[in-house]
Ligand binder design. Structure first.
Ligand SMILES: [Zn+2]
Ligand SMILES: [Zn+2]
Length: 242
């Protein structure tokens, strides 16, 4: 599995908002600025066929209208795309798209059929996916995902505090792309203290920290923790599946 870290930051920092491109056509979240960030890194957002959404804060889905409009102007795109989300999410995506481009909705929906899937377990081609509820303050629901291919589990926490299911993700996954927004975790986000705890407890897991504030990134580099990768925007994590 090839995972490109399109964004490794949070909304206040200089890095792109957190999102990941898997095998060039599966995307985890579509935050503000993500379509342009992909182009700058040499990827095309029109290659995305599957979008897994974690939750509905703007820094995780606000580029959806630009992605949809981009498809209108591209040739050779598959008409069918698949959004994995919640019922509330479907309503928000429709509303946002209408708000972004009210006069182009006919063109957008003539070119694209969005298949919405709200299941907790599903497959994408040869990848099995488990959707995992996490705790992210008052915003509900918020989800993480476990993608499994050839027996290798790769997790994506989305925004989460240290909660039972954040531990579940760490316990199940060989690689976990995870929230580490803060110096000290709170009820919405994990902090360096939480990552230190998880990395010590689940030593089989490699933690790829993300959604980092700039000072968190700096502090993590100083600490030199083991089994932790601190990615920059555009970094590629190749996960062997043998
Ligand atoms: Zn959030
Ligand atoms: Zn966020």
């Amino acid at each position: 599995m090839k995972v490109v870290v399109i964004g490794s930051g949070n909304i206040t920092g200089a890095s792109n908002s957190a999102s990941y491109l898997i095998d060039n056509h599966i995307m985890i979240d579509m935050p503000n600025g993500c379509c342009k960030a992909m182009k700058k890194l040499g990827y095309s957002e029109t290659d995305i066929k599957y979008l897994l959404l974690t939750h509905f804060h703007g820094d995780h889905y606000f580029d959806i209208p630009f992605y949809l409009l981009g498809r209108v102007h591209s040739e050779n795109v598959d008409k069918n795309i698949y959004f994995f989300t919640s019922k509330d999410g479907i309503r928000k995506i429709k509303k946002l798209t209408k708000l972004g481009f009210p006069n182009s909705l006919d063109k957008i929906y003539a070119n694209t059929v969005i298949n919405y899937i709200t299941n907790l377990r599903f497959s994408i081609e040869d990848i099995e996916v488990e959707k995992v509820l996490v705790d992210h303050g008052e915003l509900k629901p918020a989800y993480g995902y476990i993608l499994t291919r050839n027996g290798i589990n790769v997790g994506f926490s989305g925004d989460t505090c240290l909660c039972e299911n954040a531990e579940y993700l760490a316990s199940k996954c060989l690689y976990l792309f995870t929230d580490c927004s803060k110096l000290i975790g709170n009820d919405k986000h994990m902090g360096i203290d939480n990552i230190e705890y998880l990395s010590d407890k689940y030593q089989n897991c490699t933690f790829i920290v993300s959604h980092m504030d700039d000072e968190v990134r700096e502090e993590l580099h100083k600490k030199k923790l083991k089994n932790i990768i601190i990615p920059s925007d555009g970094d590629i994590i190749e996960i062997a599946e043998v």
